[in-house]
Design a protein around this ligand. Structure first.
Ligand code: SF4
Length: 371
């Protein structure tokens, strides 16, 4: 099976409960209050067409978090070409979210899955305690890392069916090292993967597809990772958000459809963790609305709104993030910054929540979960 049965059951129960009884205060529509202190803010310039009303979001009454993106720090030992964090958060790069505050964010949000990212979370001094604290709260964890510190810090963790190391790999050795702008990173990441697997941990990889990515090389990478016993792969298109808006490397929607046109074959062959519905969206076979509230981000500045990619504000509490973000202003067709976005943190919740999804899709999703 792609996921442990306990994870599938717990997520399905959580989603069912929240769809049946959504928190009323999270479903209100509010007017935009932009954060003027944010240097990367770009105001939406897309007016509603004369006489045209925006379509209400199909999940307007069903907002709730599924995956918390927890960034305990933004410091990193690398300067990857496509990374927005080290640019957008340059002024707070030395700051960290205290351990107790990280755990408070986990409690406050209540999402059943926590993706610990950054920065490089393996540079967080109390990373072992943070992971243990989140597991104590019975959450599932993806610990996103470039893999270089696994060897040094593996002893701080215990294997657990709810914990995955999620190692960033954008290609085979030569191209991955170019993407992360340092030689030797691929080798160290692979060494980390081997050590983690040998110690009984679950390991996934996380790949971002850029304009110059050769999908044949990604297949080669997955074949190689199979020999190491890697448990699964996350894969998503790069998106040129405001902090790193460089159209040279990022993809338009048409580029994404072209890159992912053969993804169904890869998904049959390898343990790709993205849902079949989201993969069809990447191929351009269906549309999905943005459900960024399903993947809230917490970092040194607070709750980042509206999403992991663009920043129009930081909110002090999760309640403020959910109730004060003008959700109707975002997504394809509502904000020009969203026009080419197809990232999984914006759209995978839509697939998981069954938006724009029929009975046949639900069966497909079930078969995918059980595979
Ligand atoms: S479409 Fe959604 S996830 Fe993508 S940039 Fe816009 S608000 Fe963020």
């Amino acid at each position: 099976m792609k996921f442990p049965i306990s994870m599938t059951a717990s997520l399905a129960g959580y989603i069912f409960k929240n769809k049946m009884r959504p928190r009323p205060e999270w479903q209100k529509t509010v007017a935009a209050v932009p954060d003027a202190s944010n240097p990367f803010r770009i105001l939406s310039t897309m007016p509603a067409k004369p006489g045209e009303k925006r379509q209400p979001h199909p999940m307007i009454n069903k907002r709730f978090p599924i995956v918390l993106m927890l960034e305990p720090l933004h410091a990193c030992n690398l300067t990857c070409t496509g990374c927005g964090r080290i640019r957008e958060y340059e002024s707070t790069i030395t700051e960290r979210v205290p351990l107790e505050e990280c755990l408070m964010a986990v409690d406050e949000c209540g999402a059943p899955v926590v993706s610990i990212c950054g920065g490089e979370p393996m540079m967080y001094p109390q990373i072992g305690e943070l992971v243990a604290g989140i597991l104590q709260r019975d959450r599932y964890i993806y610990l996103c890392t470039n893999g270089m510190f696994i060897k040094k810090r593996l002893h701080e963790f215990k294997p657990d069916k709810r914990l995955y190391f999620n190692v960033h790999l954008d290609g085979m050795e030569k191209n991955h090292d170019i993407a992360v702008e340092r030689e030797g990173v691929f080798k160290q990441a692979i060494e980390g993967i081997k050590l983690a697997k040998a110690a009984g941990f679950q390991v996934c990889t996380n790949t971002t597809v850029y304009k110059e990515t050769d999908m044949k090389e990604i297949e080669e990478l997955f074949l190689y990772l199979e020999t190491l016993g890697v448990d699964g792969h996350q894969i998503a298109p790069a998106y040129g958000y405001s902090a790193v808006n460089d159209r040279e490397i990022f993809l338009t929607r048409d580029d994404v459809h072209e890159k992912f046109k053969d993804i169904a074959r890869l998904a049959k062959r390898f343990a790709i963790r993205q849902t079949p519905v989201y993969l069809e969206f990447l191929k351009g076979e269906r549309d999905l609305p943005c459900t960024a509230w399903g993947n809230p981000t917490y970092n040194v500045k607070g709750w980042k709104g509206p999403c992991y990619l663009i920043t129009d504000g930081h909110y002090k509490t999760f309640e403020d993030f959910m109730t004060q973000t003008p959700w109707e202003n975002y997504g394809h067709g509502n904000d020009p910054r969203c026009d080419h976005c197809m990232v999984h943190c914006g759209y995978e919740p839509s697939a998981a929540l069954g938006i724009n999804v029929g009975l046949a899709d639900n069966l497909k999703m079930l078969a995918w979960t059980l595979k």
